[in-house]
Design a protein around this ligand. Sequence first.
Ligand code: FUC
Length: 790
Amino acid sequence: MTDTTRRSWLQQQASQAALLRLGVPLMPLLAAPTQAQAAGSEHRLWYRRPADEWVQALPVGNGRLGAMVFGGTHMERLQLNENSFFSGGPYDTTNPKAREGLPKVRELVFAGRYAEAEKLANETLLGTPNRQMSYQPLAELLLVFPGLDGVRDYERSLDLDEAVATTRFRAGSATLTREVYASAADQLIVVRLSADKPKWITADITLTAPHQKSSGGEGQHTLWVAGTSPTVGGIEGRLPFECRLQLIARGGKVSARNGGLAVQGADEVFILIAGATGYKRFDDISADPAALNAQTLAAALARGPEALRQAHREDHQALFQRVAIDLGTGPNGALPTDERIARFAEGRDPGLAALYLQYGRYLLLASSRPGSRFPANLQGLWNEKTNPSWGSKWTININTEMNYWPAELCNLGETVEPLFAMVEDLAITGAGVAQKMFGAPGWVAFHNTDGWRVAAPTDGAQWGLWPMGGVWLVNTLWESWLFRRDPALLRRLYPLLKGAAEFQLATLVKDPKSGFMVTNPSVSPENSHPHGSSVCAGPAMDSQLLRDLFAYAAEAARELRTDRPFARDCLAMRDRLPPDRIGQAGQLQEWLEDWDLQAPELQHRHVSHLYALYPSAQITPEDTPALAAAARNVMVRRGDDTTGWGIGWRINLWARLQDGEQAYATLNRLLHPKRSYPNLFDAHPPFQIDGNFGGAAGIAELLLQSHRGRITLLPACPKAWPDGRVRGLCARGGFELAFSWRGGELQTLSIASKIGGSTELRWRGGQLPLKLAAGQTARFERRDGRLQRL
Ligand code: FUC
């Protein structure tokens, strides 16, 4: 067997095994390969030109180390990142003045003197300093290929299934191939240079870093650069880093030249790249990056390039291949990816939406893996700038949460692990803020955090004075419990939930007008109300988040048979929160008072008060039709023309409103050159990865929803995808599904329970209660116009 036929044979076996595991009838799902599959474009981004700009380069990542691959012919550039590399060093912005300022700010808010409240909050309630540290680029690898003539037949691609970026072209009489991947299994990035003729690899190799203090090499096969993080805003740069490479040349000659390495006439070359920092924890930077890198490279050398590649493939595919999706194909599917994006609106390329979902899964795997304490940041882990937009850190009033929306649904629960780690750290730093700034128990986090896990409010009260960042994070982690029902996960989550709830129980105050218990001060994320500020009391989103938090904390306590009085307090407080209200225009109200229509920015990108519709399920068309109609009213008023992540959120919201056509129209805004760069990175603009993840989750949400004890198949499948099939999506309650549809009608369904349990299945024209034992699969097929259990 050739490599390619062996590979596709292996893939086929893997997907057949997965289908058999799910008990899916093989015939309808293993029909003849589609056009896209035949052309191999199902999982590929590809281009006819090298990248001129960073947002044309292709990302690889192992959850900790990442590279952007430019694919130049005479010069290749790899821009490298390591996800713990932040400016500054351990620091704490807790502001003790807050204890004094807090009661006054509260009074001003309740007196309706919002602008004064905001001013005083800026003086007393913000962290000091009120700026956080930013994520930094690690290093750059440059490869210069002298003497290449007659370059032609160029193509570069990213194969999502192999997790390899490939550049291939002809020069002179040879075909040259360059492959780059980031291995989670061996914790390094590997570059392979090869040719179909011997002695064709000649290259000059240099390694540099924006924060470089020293560099060198050992022998003729190693290069390293080292330095420390920059000092920013008075926070001393103390985090050491090192990036180190090891060359393996087969044939030819290697020599040291101009601080780099020169390879002459080799048959094949491998460059192994390791990167690390001193980061151990937010308050401990004592790791030795040079020693870590030397160890990583020594272990890799001992294993050899072929073993590395195989380990990478197995590790990646075990996760990536859990989901397969086919939304049909069209003529534009055969075009290079940038052209597909430019022409998506023509409606001749349903496969691009499937690719977008799989790219979201690929990016999540590449930027969030167990073993790292850093969840996917605003740019995943890819950043070339020393002063990136919004610090390329974690904005936790939507963006970080959105990053994890596809995680469980798209069968990559493992990727949530670094988010857990970050929240565990925030529960420590946030306990300091709770105590020293609010005199409260538990923990709190506001709208942003950085690599040092800063939990105090930052930037300015207008954005930062939102004591719900931690709440939204734990509510996000709760989703993992809902999907997996893993008792170990619940035990780990419980102290985080409890601490978040304790802070809120202690700090909610009674609204003198309504008598409800509300947050004060707070904001409805980033949206100004008509009274000269965004600072307010009890915005709808806060109450929605708290309704979930208190319910989850009480449920967790009950599951774990602990803390009965605490659980009772949570439920009692839950009853005292303001309910969602419908305002004068029939809209779901954003604030306690009906200010919505007077707000200065009627099309604001944040739709915070729609949290109750998605990602929460407090509002659904079936259970709360009046509130669902009011949410819809907000959607129409706000409009869908917004930032990348704003569009990502709206796709999910339309999906929950079961409006497949509007969701699809919104998806068209995302899969458009204005909101997707040539490398399919989401454009806020600038690049922000949340839109990729929100969009991927949204595409899945159109096909499958599971909340409130029901699983709905094709709840909002747009007409543009009349026929399709999907395998491996997950539903809350520990279910995994495969299903196919034709003419928008469900044809086959296979649902497996991992842990045993009941649910209610719904599809257009039918519903059915279902109870499965652990490991049991139920299969259905449409026969005589009806879905029948086999
Ligand atoms: C919030 C959003 C912005 C941006 C930033 C990172 O402030 O309002 O649109 O996404 O986070």
